[in-house]
Design a protein around this ligand. Structure first.
Ligand SMILES: [Zn+2]
Length: 235
């Protein structure tokens, strides 16, 4: 019995249509993180759990990140039923996923989020994952398109949302990602402004304890890198 499959199916109730559906998870013992890019894009040895984070209801077409699947209020439920389900062709999303399957699933999640006017922070989270999938496949044009979308979504989330709510990325990680993606997209001035805002917050005793040391370390490194890039681009 040495050949245990890296993935298995689990059951969950769809909060939109109340069907009991199956979705596929990766066995935690199979997950071996090798490294991450500076925007947290992960690289794994073997099976990539990122591919399985988008959960789709086979019955009604509702899709969500696994961590927020049950967070559907009456408004969202009505909007999915009105805008997504009538066009949905019932099909299963269980089983092993390759990169293309994962892309399709995440794009369905994005459609659900648009239909239910989902939070910008969630739209940013999903767009960033789509950008990473395109990075894996070497498609820089599509990657940049989704990075731009992520950047705009996180900027709106930062100014409009309460990021202290559970399950959301905290405001400091949000600032970091905005700085990081601005750099990636060549907006060095924006990038240094956001990163210096984060580094300044760390010198405020009231905020310091809420900011992880690791985040400040990588922000300082990135800030220096962007300064160098900006200087080189003016030569
Ligand atoms: Zn459903």
């Amino acid at each position: 019995m040495g050949n245990v499959k890296p993935v298995y199916n689990s059951k969950i109730t769809c909060p939109v249509c109340d069907s009991e559906i199956e979705y596929t998870k990766v066995r935690s013992k199979q997950i071996r993180l090798l490294r991450q890019d500076t925007d947290f894009c992960p690289y794994y040895d073997g099976v990539n759990p990122l591919f399985y984070e988008a959960v789709i209801c086979s019955e009604c077409g509702y899709g969500s990140h696994i961590t927020t699947f049950s967070n559907v209020d009456r408004y969202a439920r009505a909007k999915i039923k009105e805008k997504i389900t009538p066009k949905w062709q019932k099909r299963s999303f269980t089983g092993e996923r390759d990169l293309l399957h994962a892309l399709e699933a995440f794009k369905i999640v994005l459609l659900s989020l648009y239909a239910m006017d989902g939070p910008k922070s969630e739209i940013g989270k999903i767009s960033l994952r789509i950008a990473w999938l395109y990075r894996y496949s070497g498609d820089q044009e599509q990657e940049n398109k989704y990075l731009k979308h992520t950047l705009e979504s996180y900027k709106k989330a930062y100014s409009q949302e309460d990021l202290s709510e559970e399950g959301k990325l905290d405001e400091y990680t949000c600032i970091y990602i905005i700085g990081e993606l601005s750099k990636r997209l060549g907006n060095y001035e924006d990038s240094t402004q956001w990163l210096s805002r984060l580094i300044m917050s760390f010198s405020d005793p009231k905020q310091k304890e809420r900011i992880p040391n690791r985040l400040i370390e990588i922000s300082r490194d990135l800030y220096q890198e962007v300064k160098d890039l900006a200087a080189a681009s003016k030569e």
